[in-house]
Design a protein around this ligand. Structure first.
Ligand SMILES: *Cc1c(COP(=O)(O)O)cnc(C)c1O
Length: 358
């Protein structure tokens, strides 16, 4: 059998590691920030009947521009958006990849504020875009001063701001986003994968879109919407951005089944999001209990909690894994991240970690 070294791989990919969060079939899986609640049965039945109709027409290519799905997404987001402002792909990872294909690439750069989502540098690598990581402020917050100074210094083609940020949970204020936009000539992406979990006072960057044609707000159905397995992410932006993305997308990239499932699920948005309040409560419970146990908990507006003060993260991770509980070692020394699960799952995790040495 050959190895990678035997292949004429692109030299800039030599030595790179693929995305690799463990996918163990454990009873309590709290490592990739999914909504761990199942889809309500009556919603599932309606989705299946839509899928059945789509299968019958599957001899034909799907609507290449998925207009009905874009209209449904626009209706869900509100803010006066229409289908012309919406774009979607197989997960927001693919949306971000298309953004880098259109606005990044060789000779161009993408900047973000670390620690942040581990896929950004991988997407940069895959598209030949230079990756510029800039450190956040104390406790992974991000001030306008830090953000503006970074883009003035590096002049990136693309800046990605994750809010609330993965893996730290910290949101970024609209003031920071406004100042950052004014300080860069490049594209500014605000990745709002966790927006639905934020506090009621959270202000989405969607409200900043009018008059800002270089601002892109990405969202996903993988987290709050409990639809990770379907692979559907999307963004809202000026229609000119959508025109740019059609230059790099593959024809018919969103299957007829994905489109049908997405449209059907969005008809039931309220039911799909009904567990969000419970998940927030579980997140707060995790934060309180871990604080009691002496861990250093970061403020989170998402469905996960980052905590420090872990003497040996790998030992804690493995001890939990041995008990059928999967959480995440995000590579920050002394820290681990855990997603808020159902009340029962969260309880199993909290009981188990309480019995481990800190
Ligand atoms: C999970 C996540 C996504 C979503 O990825 P999908 O491809 O839509 O499943 C995007 N951004 C961040 C920061 C995430 O944590």
């Amino acid at each position: 059998m050959a190895t990678l070294d035997d292949l004429p791989l692109r030299s800039d990919l030599v030595g790179k590691k693929p995305y690799g969060a463990p996918q163990d079939p454990v009873p309590v899986s709290l490592n990739v920030n999914e909504n761990t609640h199942p889809i309500p049965e009556e919603v599932a039945i309606d989705i299946v009947s839509s899928l059945a109709k789509a299968v019958v027409g599957a001899n034909r290519y799907p609507d290449r521009d998925f207009v009905e799905l874009r209209r449904s997404l626009a209706g869900y987001l509100g803010h006066g958006l229409t289908e012309k402002n919406l774009w979607a792909a197989n997960g927001s990872n693919e949306v971000l990849q298309q953004v880098m294909q259109a606005f990044g690439g060789p000779g161009r750069s993408v900047l973000s504020f670390v620690s942040t989502y581990s896929m950004y540098p991988l997407l940069a690598d895959g598209t030949g875009t230079e990756w510029i990581p800039v450190q956040r402020d104390e406790r992974y917050e991000l001030s306008a001063e830090t953000a503006v100074a970074a883009v003035r210094e590096h002049q990136p083609s693309i800046t990605i701001l994750c809010s609330p940020n993965n893996p730290t949970g910290t949101p970024v204020s609209l003031d920071v986003i406004r100042e950052l936009y004014d300080a860069t000539d490049g594209i500014l992406v605000v990745d709002e994968a966790y927006a639905e979990f934020a506090a009621y006072g959270f202000e989405s960057a969607l409200s900043l879109l009018p008059g800002r044609e270089r601002l892109l707000v990405s969202r996903t159905m993988s987290k709050a919407f409990a639809f990770a397995g379907v692979r559907l992410g999307y963004l809202a932006a000026d229609p000119a951005v959508v025109d740019a993305l059609t230059l790099v997308r593959l024809p018919y990239h969103l299957s007829a089944l994905t489109q049908a499932a997405g449209i059907a699920a969005l008809r039931h948005a309220d039911r799909m999001l009904a567990t969000v309040d419970d998940i927030r409560a579980e997140r707060n419970r995790i934060a309180e209990r871990l604080t009691e146990l002496g861990y250093d908990v970061y403020r989170s507006e998402s469905n996960f909690v980052l905590f420090g003060g872990v003497t040996d993260p790998n030992a804690t991770f493995e001890a939990l894994r041995a008990q059928g509980i999967l959480i995440r070692d995000v590579g920050i020394p002394g820290h681990l991240r855990v997603s808020a699960g159902t009340h029962e799952e969260t309880g199993v995790f909290l009981d188990a970690i309480a019995k481990l040495p800190r």
